[in-house]
Design a binder for this molecule. Structure first.
Ligand code: RAM
Length: 332
């Protein structure tokens, strides 16, 4: 009897779902939205792979991979509002701005949607927890060291970042500036913004070469910016003069390492990051307590312990150069 009731209920739901053009989901299924800075960025596509891996492992989880077409907070607000309307169970977001998204994410949380940020954070009042890829100070020091290691005589370097409001890049740049005094002779001449758009980043790199003719390195803490800078330096015939470094994907940077435009660069595993973000969003949506000191499991990645801002870090960045790039370029 009970079974028959359940069957007819399911049939009814399927019919209703069919009428509204959606797929019927079982009562304990969960929809987790992985919201990225913008669509079309290789780093986020790799994270989405990890997100899908987590969903398959958890079972009954659907991943909605979404984001605006450009790296703006306005675009992400539209995406968030539509996810609220769809009634997703959790939002895991890499933010284009720490503050601008807070009102819409607060609205999401007030409707019972679990909200976590990952990669690029949201201010604490707009999310339940934040997952950094790695320690901010470590990343800041790493990006300066990558340049300094190849500048025995010191000289000018410039940073080519993503957007001027990106939480992650701004935190890394601040940490890089703090680390600078440990590298005497290395002078940060300018910081410019390519908005994680290839063409804008390329033009900004060209501008740096014009404004600073003695530039020794471009440091781009963005996968889009580092690749565009490598292309600009290559096209300007300055390989060997200007070292392009920062944070990149081995799959995208292999040619730059082969040509010598990039001596070395760093990154953490973006697949693991997307996987971890989904594991955390799932745990919190299921009721895990996101409070300072709490330890939250994230599947094969172990667990993280939240600090007093409900943030945690995944793992250390890894450095790639001609000795190991071939091993990794087909992975991410
Ligand atoms: C770009 C994005 C992302 C950042 C990486 C390193 O893909 O800006 O947020 O973490 O670079």
């Amino acid at each position: 009897m009970k079974r028959r009731t359940l069957t007819s209920l399911t049939a009814g739901l399927s019919l209703a779902a069919g009428l509204f053009g959606t797929t019927a989901i079982a009562a304990d299924d969960m929809r987790i939205a992985l919201v990225v800075k913008a669509l079309g960025i290789g780093f986020f596509e790799a994270a989405a792979e990890g997100a899908k891996e987590a969903a398959a492992e958890l079972g009954g989880v659907e991943i909605i991979y979404t984001g605006p077409t450009d790296t703006t907070a306005e675009g992400q607000i539209e995406v968030i509002n539509s996810l609220i309307a769809q009634g997703v169970d959790a939002i895991a977001i890499s933010a284009n701005d720490p503050d601008a998204l807070v009102p819409s994410l607060k609205k999401a949380m007030s409707r019972g949607i679990a909200v976590v940020s990952w990669d690029s954070g949201v201010a604490p009042e707009g999310r339940q927890m934040h997952l950094n890829p790695s320690s901010t100070d470590l990343i800041g020091n790493t990006i300066i060291k990558l340049a300094a290691d190849h500048m025995p005589d010191g000289g000018d370097v410039a940073i080519l970042s993503a957007t001027a409001t990106a939480t992650n890049q701004n935190a890394w740049i601040e940490a890089a500036k703090k680390a600078l005094p440990s590298y005497p002779g290395v002078n940060l001449a300018a910081t410019v913004y390519g908005d994680d758009l290839s063409d804008k980043s390329y033009r900004e790199a060209q501008g740096l070469m014009t404004s600073y003719p003695d530039l020794k390195a471009i440091i781009a803490p963005t996968t889009v910016g580092i690749l565009a800078s490598c292309q600009a330096v290559t096209d300007a015939g300055k390989v060997g003069e200007i070292n392009v470094t920062g944070l990149g994907l081995p799959s995208e940077m292999a040619g730059c390492v082969d040509s010598g435009a990039t001596k070395s660069f760093a990154i953490w595993n973006p697949i693991d990051l997307g996987y971890s973000a989904v594991m955390l969003a799932h745990a919190i949506a299921k009721g895990a307590d996101a409070a300072p000191g709490a330890e939250i499991p994230m599947g094969r990645m172990g667990s993280v312990k939240l600090d007093d801002t409900n943030s945690a870090a995944m793992s250390d960045p890894f450095t790639y150069d001609s000795s190991n790039i071939d091993q990794f370029k087909s992975i991410f």
